[in-house]
Write a protein that binds this ligand. Structure first.
Ligand code: NAD
Length: 497
């Protein structure tokens, strides 16, 4: 398929430029050069998209599609994405500078997400209620929430979009999505796939541009029933507060400050190797990155020496460089923030053990690269331990006991993910139970599957994506009470004449 005009907004099944005629360049992070120019939506454009989604929901055609029909559409989307995987991976890697091999892994995950919700929608969703009364038939049915506003970030652009779009389609919702202004390409391409798969006009709409203009109506407009947001904590709080004005359903996937706990009895080769992947995968631009290493005191020196040595050997490069092990940060502004975060950590007493600088290779000079960084001697009073860097920065803390490891692991406003490394299964189970985070890995880091729920405790978010709960987010439950033998209730019987 030729993906044409993808730089234009997608509203009611048609491409159109933004009404103000403005555009925005997409900058390739590895070179700092423009690689695409997208139309910028005004808030009026977003309201037009919301109106299209509202009409498509209310006119009944899309709602007449059965669960089986919606399931078939999702399977078709997965098939088309499989067919066009290379095109999508190229576009994703061009916008984000992630290595092409990682963009291909993302595509496999995305395809599995569509297939998961194609199955999920076929499960029975009607529940008979035993009311204890004769002559009453009572049941719970599910219905789509309605029009969903979706707002997504730049680190896994199409993956984050698919976590919202696939269950929304499965449920029978209509939607307007605004991807990050930094990485709009693959979300826009997906609109063509949805049309090819048989989604009626108006069900899926996409607008591009700044959060404060193109994004804002998705949390404020009364015609939006639910807003599903993935991004940073500050924006998430703003979206939640805006949505409160019209009491929308809100789903939030926010940041994390995720503890990776290594006990002295762990398989050290595996623990150290995975500690590097935990934090430096995609240059740390992963919400579940294991950015806080908690290590038992007796093995601290060996563990940190080895992690620092290997961090210094990580090869940075562009997305098509076969030797590269990770890529650039998303923007110059984001790299500035990461640098400021490292400087604050050092000012607070952290000891720099690796990185902390931009790479010196001339071929990387125009990109937004930053060396994998290890900060030792950290503690929970430091901003570098409490704040999310969203970059390739590992902070190291020591602990002496299991209780202390748990206490430190929970000493954060976030609660997205964490891991524990030990050969003692009972200890692993105790620690996993005590950590207040939405995903806990035991002797592993990062794997996730579409069949398992994803989401955060505490300020890491509200609600869940994926799994069964990730489908339920897009459903309303309706109770239907059918009195089979109607009779006067005689609550207010007629009084005496
Ligand atoms: P961000 O909050 O800056 O932006 C996210 C999205 O919100 C973008 O599309 C942006 O344009 C939009 N936005 C900004 N202001 C808005 C407004 N007023 N109204 C509506 N939309 C608005 O986040 P980011 O920098 O793109 O992404 C990084 C953050 O995302 C990190 O904190 C990371 O932890 C988080 N994240 C979380 C998960 C998860 O599953 N929990 C996954 C990926 C990323």
């Amino acid at each position: 398929m030729a993906y044409e005009k993808i730089e234009q907004l997608f509203i009611n099944g048609a491409r159109r430029p933004g009404s103000a005629g403005e555009t925005r360049d997409v900058i390739h992070p590895a070179t700092g050069k423009s690689v695409a120019t997208f139309c910028e939506a005004t808030s009026d454009d977003t309201i037009a998209a919301i109106t299209a989604a509202r009409t498509a929901f209310d006119n009944g055609h899309w709602r007449s599609f059965s669960a089986e029909q919606r399931s078939k559409i999702l399977e078709r989307v997965a098939d088309i994405l499989t067919r066009d995987k290379d095109l999508f991976a190229e576009a994703e890697s061009r916008d984000t500078a992630k290595r092409i091999v990682e963009a291909h892994y993302d595509m496999d995950d995305i395809i599995s997400v569509f297939r998961h919700f194609a199955k999920e929608v076929l499960k029975p969703h009607v529940r008979e209620v035993n009311t204890g009364r004769e002559n009453v038939h009572s049941k719970i049915v599910v219905e789509p929430v309605g029009v969903v506003g979706m707002i997504t970030p730049w680190n896994y652009p199409l993956l984050q979009a698919s976590w919202k779009i696939a269950p929304a389609i499965a449920a029978g919702c209509t939607f307007v999505i605004k991807p990050s202004e930094l990485t709009p390409s693959t979300t826009s391409m997906l609109m063509e796939v949805l049309s090819e798969a048989g989604i009626p006009d108006g069900v899926a709409n996409a607008v591009y541009g700044a959060g404060a203009t193109a994004g804002e109506p998705l949390s404020t407009h009364p015609d939006v029933d639910m807003v599903s947001f993935t991004g940073g904590l500050t924006t998430g709080k703003h979206v939640m507060a805006s949505a409160a004005q019209t009491v929308k359903k809100v789903a939030l996937e926010l940041g994390g400050k995720n503890p990776n706990i290594i006990f002295a009895d762990a398989d050290m080769d595996a623990a150290i190797d995975n500690a590097l992947t935990a934090v430096f995968l995609h240059s740390g631009q992963v919400c579940s990155a294991g950015a806080r290493l908690l290590v038992e005191r007796s093995v601290h020196d060996n563990v940190v020496d080895e992690i620092a040595r290997r961090a210094d050997n990580i090869v940075l490069g562009s997305s098509h460089d076969d030797k590269a092990q990770t890529g650039a940060l998303i923007s110059a502004g984001h790299r500035d923030k990461v640098e400021a975060y490292v400087a604050a950590g050092i000012a607070e007493g952290a000891v720099l053990r690796a990185g902390g600088i931009r790479p010196t290779e001339p071929e990387l000079a125009d990109g937004f690269f930053f060396r994998p960084t290890v900060l030792d001697n950290c503690n929970t009073t430091m901003s570098c331990v409490q704040d999310e860097s969203f970059g390739p920065v590992l902070t190291v803390e020591v602990f002496d006991t299991e209780e202390e490891a748990v206490r430190l692991g929970n000493d954060t406003i976030f609660g997205l993910a964490g891991a524990v490394w030990t050969t003692d299964d009972d200890k692993a189970a105790r620690v996993a139970a005590a950590l207040r985070h939405g995903t806990i890995w035991i002797n592993d880091y990062h794997p996730y599957v579409a069949q398992a729920e994803w989401g955060g405790f505490k300020q890491s978010g509200v609600g869940r994506e994926l799994g069964e709960a990730g489908f339920a987010e897009y459903l309303e439950h309706k109770h239907i009470w059918h009195n089979l033998k109607p009779a006067p209730s005689e609550w207010f019987p007629e009084g005496p004449e």
